[in-house]
Design a binder for this molecule. Structure first.
Ligand code: SF4
Length: 76
């Protein structure tokens, strides 16, 4: 099991690309079914957070969530 899980609330994501700009290593933009750009984690299950926490902190609508899997603790 990976140490951390990165999730993005697709309903709340505005497609602003801030996470992608802050952390292109782990966030990419993909159009949803209606053609709206939405952020996706390139790898939702990671052992190292790298820049993912920075990206979560710059999200203007706080829709990036990171969970520590061993404890189930929500880090953001
Ligand atoms: S920063 Fe937040 S709102 Fe903006 S694209 Fe990323 S997940 Fe979506």
């Amino acid at each position: 099991m990976a140490k951390y899980k990165i999730e993005i609330d697709q309903e709340q994501c505005t497609g602003c690309m801030a996470c992608n700009a802050s952390c292109p290593d782990n966030f990419e933009m993909k159009d949803d079914a209606s053609g709206m750009p939405k952020a996706k984690p390139k790898n939702p299950d990671v052992d190292e957070l790298g820049c993912a926490m920075d990206a979560a902190q710059v999200c203007p609508v706080n829709c990036i969530h990171i969970t520590e899997m061993e404890t189930g603790k929500k880090l953001i």
